[in-house]
Design a protein. Sequence first.
Length: 307
Amino acid sequence: MASRLRRALLAALVTASVVVPLVGAAGPGEVPAPKPVALGPVSVRGLQERYAVNREGIRAAERMAARHGDRRRAAALRKMREPGRHFLSFDGRDGGRAVEVYGDLGRARRIAVLVPGSDTGMETYGRFRDGALALSRQLGPRTAVIGWLGYKTPGTVGPEVLTTGRADGAAPRLDAFVRELHAAKPRARISLLCHSYGSVVCARAARGLEAEDIVLYGSPGTGYDDAGQLHTRATVWAGRGRGDWIGGVPHVRVPLLVTTVGFGTDPVSRRFGARIFDAGDAGHSDYLKPGSAALASMSRIVEGRHA
Protein backbone atom coordinates (compact mmCIF):
# COMPACT_ATOMS: atom_id res chain seq x y z
CA MET A 1 0.00 0.00 0.00
CA ALA A 2 2.81 2.42 0.85
CA SER A 3 4.37 1.72 -2.54
CA ARG A 4 1.08 2.44 -4.32
CA LEU A 5 0.61 5.71 -2.49
CA ARG A 6 4.14 6.80 -3.33
CA ARG A 7 3.54 6.05 -7.02
CA ALA A 8 0.26 7.98 -6.99
CA LEU A 9 1.88 10.95 -5.33
CA LEU A 10 4.76 10.82 -7.80
CA ALA A 11 2.37 10.80 -10.75
CA ALA A 12 0.44 13.78 -9.37
CA LEU A 13 3.53 15.79 -8.55
CA VAL A 14 5.23 15.16 -11.88
CA THR A 15 2.11 16.03 -13.84
CA ALA A 16 1.46 19.22 -11.89
CA SER A 17 5.06 20.36 -12.01
CA VAL A 18 5.42 20.03 -15.78
CA VAL A 19 1.95 21.00 -16.92
CA VAL A 20 1.29 24.20 -14.99
CA PRO A 21 4.22 26.22 -16.36
CA LEU A 22 3.33 25.24 -19.93
CA VAL A 23 -0.41 25.76 -20.17
CA GLY A 24 -1.24 28.12 -17.38
CA ALA A 25 -3.93 28.29 -14.76
CA ALA A 26 -7.15 26.34 -14.47
CA GLY A 27 -10.22 27.03 -16.57
CA PRO A 28 -12.43 30.11 -16.27
CA GLY A 29 -15.23 30.60 -13.80
CA GLU A 30 -18.85 30.48 -14.78
CA VAL A 31 -19.94 33.08 -17.31
CA PRO A 32 -23.65 33.22 -18.17
CA ALA A 33 -24.70 32.20 -21.67
CA PRO A 34 -28.04 31.49 -23.33
CA LYS A 35 -29.38 28.01 -23.85
CA PRO A 36 -28.60 27.01 -27.46
CA VAL A 37 -31.30 26.44 -30.04
CA ALA A 38 -32.14 22.75 -30.39
CA LEU A 39 -30.86 21.47 -33.73
CA GLY A 40 -31.53 18.19 -35.48
CA PRO A 41 -28.89 15.78 -36.76
CA VAL A 42 -26.13 17.11 -39.00
CA SER A 43 -27.08 16.93 -42.68
CA VAL A 44 -25.19 18.10 -45.74
CA ARG A 45 -28.21 19.99 -47.08
CA GLY A 46 -28.73 21.95 -43.88
CA LEU A 47 -25.16 23.02 -43.20
CA GLN A 48 -25.47 26.69 -44.12
CA GLU A 49 -28.60 27.16 -42.02
CA ARG A 50 -26.91 25.38 -39.13
CA TYR A 51 -23.86 27.61 -39.39
CA ALA A 52 -26.07 30.72 -39.36
CA VAL A 53 -28.02 29.58 -36.28
CA ASN A 54 -24.84 28.93 -34.33
CA ARG A 55 -23.34 32.26 -35.36
CA GLU A 56 -26.33 33.97 -33.78
CA GLY A 57 -25.91 31.80 -30.69
CA ILE A 58 -22.32 32.93 -30.37
CA ARG A 59 -23.40 36.55 -30.79
CA ALA A 60 -25.95 36.16 -27.99
CA ALA A 61 -23.34 34.57 -25.72
CA GLU A 62 -20.95 37.41 -26.48
CA ARG A 63 -23.54 39.98 -25.40
CA MET A 64 -24.19 38.15 -22.14
CA ALA A 65 -20.48 37.87 -21.40
CA ALA A 66 -20.07 41.59 -22.03
CA ARG A 67 -22.95 42.43 -19.71
CA HIS A 68 -21.40 40.15 -17.10
CA GLY A 69 -18.21 42.19 -17.37
CA ASP A 70 -16.03 39.40 -18.78
CA ARG A 71 -14.22 41.23 -21.56
CA ARG A 72 -11.87 38.35 -22.28
CA ARG A 73 -14.72 35.91 -22.91
CA ALA A 74 -16.60 38.50 -24.98
CA ALA A 75 -13.51 39.15 -27.13
CA ALA A 76 -12.98 35.43 -27.71
CA LEU A 77 -16.60 35.00 -28.77
CA ARG A 78 -16.39 38.01 -31.07
CA LYS A 79 -13.61 36.29 -32.98
CA MET A 80 -15.60 33.08 -33.15
CA ARG A 81 -18.49 34.74 -34.99
CA GLU A 82 -16.33 36.35 -37.66
CA PRO A 83 -17.45 35.82 -41.28
CA GLY A 84 -16.28 32.52 -42.70
CA ARG A 85 -16.39 30.65 -39.38
CA HIS A 86 -18.58 27.55 -39.49
CA PHE A 87 -19.89 25.90 -36.30
CA LEU A 88 -21.88 22.68 -36.26
CA SER A 89 -22.78 23.35 -32.63
CA PHE A 90 -22.12 25.90 -29.91
CA ASP A 91 -23.03 26.12 -26.23
CA GLY A 92 -21.49 28.90 -24.17
CA ARG A 93 -22.61 27.50 -20.81
CA ASP A 94 -20.47 25.70 -18.24
CA GLY A 95 -17.12 26.71 -19.73
CA GLY A 96 -18.28 26.39 -23.34
CA ARG A 97 -18.62 23.73 -26.04
CA ALA A 98 -17.99 24.27 -29.75
CA VAL A 99 -17.69 22.10 -32.84
CA GLU A 100 -16.14 23.99 -35.76
CA VAL A 101 -15.63 22.97 -39.38
CA TYR A 102 -12.55 23.91 -41.41
CA GLY A 103 -13.01 23.25 -45.11
CA ASP A 104 -16.02 22.16 -47.14
CA LEU A 105 -17.74 19.42 -45.15
CA GLY A 106 -20.36 18.91 -47.83
CA ARG A 107 -17.78 17.90 -50.45
CA ALA A 108 -15.25 16.24 -48.16
CA ARG A 109 -14.10 12.70 -48.87
CA ARG A 110 -11.93 12.60 -45.78
CA ILE A 111 -12.73 14.05 -42.36
CA ALA A 112 -10.34 14.58 -39.44
CA VAL A 113 -11.91 15.14 -36.03
CA LEU A 114 -9.59 16.84 -33.53
CA VAL A 115 -10.24 16.06 -29.86
CA PRO A 116 -8.39 18.45 -27.52
CA GLY A 117 -6.84 17.92 -24.11
CA SER A 118 -6.87 19.84 -20.85
CA ASP A 119 -7.44 23.57 -20.44
CA THR A 120 -9.11 24.03 -23.83
CA GLY A 121 -12.05 26.41 -23.60
CA MET A 122 -13.43 29.65 -24.96
CA GLU A 123 -10.53 31.78 -23.75
CA THR A 124 -7.89 29.38 -25.08
CA TYR A 125 -9.81 28.41 -28.20
CA GLY A 126 -7.42 30.31 -30.47
CA ARG A 127 -4.56 27.85 -30.03
CA PHE A 128 -6.92 24.91 -30.71
CA ARG A 129 -8.08 26.69 -33.88
CA ASP A 130 -4.49 27.34 -34.98
CA GLY A 131 -3.76 23.62 -34.97
CA ALA A 132 -6.96 22.80 -36.85
CA LEU A 133 -6.15 25.41 -39.50
CA ALA A 134 -2.60 24.08 -39.91
CA LEU A 135 -3.94 20.55 -40.44
CA SER A 136 -6.59 21.80 -42.87
CA ARG A 137 -3.99 23.64 -44.96
CA GLN A 138 -1.72 20.60 -44.97
CA LEU A 139 -4.53 18.35 -46.20
CA GLY A 140 -5.94 20.63 -48.86
CA PRO A 141 -9.26 20.28 -50.75
CA ARG A 142 -11.80 17.46 -50.39
CA THR A 143 -10.79 17.07 -46.75
CA ALA A 144 -12.58 18.70 -43.82
CA VAL A 145 -11.16 19.17 -40.35
CA ILE A 146 -13.55 19.37 -37.40
CA GLY A 147 -12.43 20.80 -34.07
CA TRP A 148 -14.55 18.92 -31.53
CA LEU A 149 -14.58 20.79 -28.24
CA GLY A 150 -17.60 18.79 -27.15
CA TYR A 151 -16.80 18.40 -23.47
CA LYS A 152 -15.64 20.38 -20.48
CA THR A 153 -11.93 19.69 -20.49
CA PRO A 154 -10.19 19.23 -17.14
CA GLY A 155 -8.01 21.97 -15.76
CA THR A 156 -4.38 21.14 -15.24
CA VAL A 157 -4.42 22.29 -11.62
CA GLY A 158 -7.00 19.83 -10.33
CA PRO A 159 -7.52 16.13 -9.72
CA GLU A 160 -9.69 15.62 -12.85
CA VAL A 161 -6.65 15.66 -15.12
CA LEU A 162 -5.30 12.55 -13.38
CA THR A 163 -8.45 10.42 -13.70
CA THR A 164 -10.79 9.21 -16.45
CA GLY A 165 -13.82 11.01 -14.95
CA ARG A 166 -14.15 13.79 -17.53
CA ALA A 167 -13.37 11.33 -20.34
CA ASP A 168 -16.06 8.93 -19.17
CA GLY A 169 -18.60 11.75 -19.43
CA ALA A 170 -17.33 12.97 -22.80
CA ALA A 171 -17.03 9.61 -24.57
CA PRO A 172 -20.77 9.04 -25.23
CA ARG A 173 -21.03 12.53 -26.74
CA LEU A 174 -18.05 11.93 -29.00
CA ASP A 175 -19.44 8.56 -30.08
CA ALA A 176 -22.83 10.11 -30.85
CA PHE A 177 -21.23 12.91 -32.85
CA VAL A 178 -19.13 10.55 -34.97
CA ARG A 179 -22.19 8.36 -35.63
CA GLU A 180 -24.13 11.43 -36.70
CA LEU A 181 -21.25 12.52 -38.92
CA HIS A 182 -20.99 9.07 -40.47
CA ALA A 183 -24.73 9.05 -41.21
CA ALA A 184 -24.44 12.44 -42.93
CA LYS A 185 -21.29 11.45 -44.85
CA PRO A 186 -21.41 7.63 -45.17
CA ARG A 187 -18.69 7.47 -47.84
CA ALA A 188 -16.22 9.75 -46.12
CA ARG A 189 -13.12 8.39 -44.41
CA ILE A 190 -13.21 9.56 -40.77
CA SER A 191 -10.13 9.79 -38.54
CA LEU A 192 -9.91 10.94 -34.92
CA LEU A 193 -6.80 12.86 -33.83
CA CYS A 194 -6.68 12.88 -30.06
CA HIS A 195 -4.26 15.10 -28.14
CA SER A 196 -3.09 14.61 -24.55
CA TYR A 197 -6.15 14.11 -22.27
CA GLY A 198 -8.21 13.94 -25.46
CA SER A 199 -6.61 10.54 -26.09
CA VAL A 200 -8.30 9.30 -22.91
CA VAL A 201 -11.64 10.55 -24.29
CA CYS A 202 -11.09 8.79 -27.62
CA ALA A 203 -10.09 5.55 -25.93
CA ARG A 204 -13.27 5.60 -23.83
CA ALA A 205 -15.35 6.16 -27.00
CA ALA A 206 -13.45 3.68 -29.18
CA ARG A 207 -15.72 0.62 -28.94
CA GLY A 208 -17.92 0.57 -32.04
CA LEU A 209 -16.71 3.99 -33.20
CA GLU A 210 -17.45 4.72 -36.86
CA ALA A 211 -13.87 5.70 -37.74
CA GLU A 212 -10.96 4.36 -39.75
CA ASP A 213 -8.21 5.68 -37.49
CA ILE A 214 -7.75 6.72 -33.88
CA VAL A 215 -4.54 8.73 -33.53
CA LEU A 216 -3.15 9.28 -30.03
CA TYR A 217 -0.53 12.00 -29.75
CA GLY A 218 1.09 13.56 -26.72
CA SER A 219 -0.84 10.96 -24.75
CA PRO A 220 -0.37 10.31 -21.02
CA GLY A 221 -2.01 6.90 -21.52
CA THR A 222 -5.54 5.77 -22.20
CA GLY A 223 -6.63 3.98 -19.04
CA TYR A 224 -6.21 0.63 -20.83
CA ASP A 225 -3.36 -1.86 -20.81
CA ASP A 226 -3.18 -2.26 -24.59
CA ALA A 227 -4.84 -1.24 -27.84
CA GLY A 228 -6.81 -4.50 -27.99
CA GLN A 229 -8.80 -3.43 -24.94
CA LEU A 230 -10.23 -0.53 -26.95
CA HIS A 231 -12.29 -3.08 -28.93
CA THR A 232 -12.34 -0.95 -32.05
CA ARG A 233 -12.17 -1.73 -35.74
CA ALA A 234 -10.22 1.49 -36.25
CA THR A 235 -6.45 1.38 -36.67
CA VAL A 236 -4.93 2.75 -33.47
CA TRP A 237 -1.88 4.98 -33.95
CA ALA A 238 0.39 6.59 -31.38
CA GLY A 239 3.19 9.15 -31.58
CA ARG A 240 5.22 11.26 -29.21
CA GLY A 241 7.68 13.99 -30.07
CA ARG A 242 11.16 13.82 -28.64
CA GLY A 243 10.58 17.23 -27.05
CA ASP A 244 7.33 16.29 -25.30
CA TRP A 245 7.56 16.40 -21.51
CA ILE A 246 4.68 13.96 -21.16
CA GLY A 247 7.06 11.09 -21.76
CA GLY A 248 8.39 11.76 -18.26
CA VAL A 249 5.01 11.31 -16.56
CA PRO A 250 4.81 7.92 -14.76
CA HIS A 251 2.69 5.48 -16.75
CA VAL A 252 0.86 3.95 -13.81
CA ARG A 253 -2.70 3.27 -12.72
CA VAL A 254 -3.11 3.37 -8.97
CA PRO A 255 -6.48 2.52 -7.40
CA LEU A 256 -7.31 4.70 -4.41
CA LEU A 257 -10.38 4.76 -2.20
CA VAL A 258 -12.85 6.41 -4.59
CA THR A 259 -11.00 6.64 -7.91
CA THR A 260 -8.00 5.48 -9.91
CA VAL A 261 -5.09 7.83 -10.57
CA GLY A 262 -3.06 7.65 -13.76
CA PHE A 263 -3.62 6.18 -17.23
CA GLY A 264 -1.44 3.09 -17.38
CA THR A 265 0.56 1.74 -20.31
CA ASP A 266 2.55 4.16 -22.44
CA PRO A 267 0.75 4.29 -25.83
CA VAL A 268 4.05 4.43 -27.76
CA SER A 269 5.41 1.35 -26.00
CA ARG A 270 5.58 -2.03 -27.73
CA ARG A 271 3.39 -3.46 -25.00
CA PHE A 272 0.47 -1.19 -25.91
CA GLY A 273 0.49 -2.37 -29.51
CA ALA A 274 -0.47 0.75 -31.46
CA ARG A 275 1.05 1.57 -34.84
CA ILE A 276 3.74 4.17 -34.25
CA PHE A 277 4.13 7.28 -36.40
CA ASP A 278 7.03 9.69 -36.60
CA ALA A 279 6.37 12.78 -34.45
CA GLY A 280 9.86 14.24 -34.87
CA ASP A 281 11.04 16.69 -32.23
CA ALA A 282 7.56 17.95 -31.32
CA GLY A 283 6.97 19.43 -27.90
CA HIS A 284 3.65 18.86 -26.17
CA SER A 285 1.94 21.78 -27.93
CA ASP A 286 3.79 21.51 -31.27
CA TYR A 287 2.31 18.48 -33.01
CA LEU A 288 0.20 20.54 -35.43
CA LYS A 289 2.85 23.18 -36.01
CA PRO A 290 3.26 23.99 -39.72
CA GLY A 291 6.24 22.20 -41.21
CA SER A 292 6.53 19.66 -38.39
CA ALA A 293 7.14 15.95 -38.92
CA ALA A 294 4.16 15.17 -36.69
CA LEU A 295 1.79 17.23 -38.82
CA ALA A 296 3.05 15.53 -41.99
CA SER A 297 2.65 12.07 -40.43
CA MET A 298 -0.87 12.68 -39.17
CA SER A 299 -1.89 14.19 -42.51
CA ARG A 300 -0.80 11.00 -44.26
CA ILE A 301 -2.86 8.94 -41.82
CA VAL A 302 -5.96 11.07 -42.47
CA GLU A 303 -5.43 10.64 -46.22
CA GLY A 304 -5.26 6.87 -45.82
CA ARG A 305 -1.56 6.56 -46.54
CA HIS A 306 0.99 4.93 -44.27
CA ALA A 307 2.67 7.32 -41.84
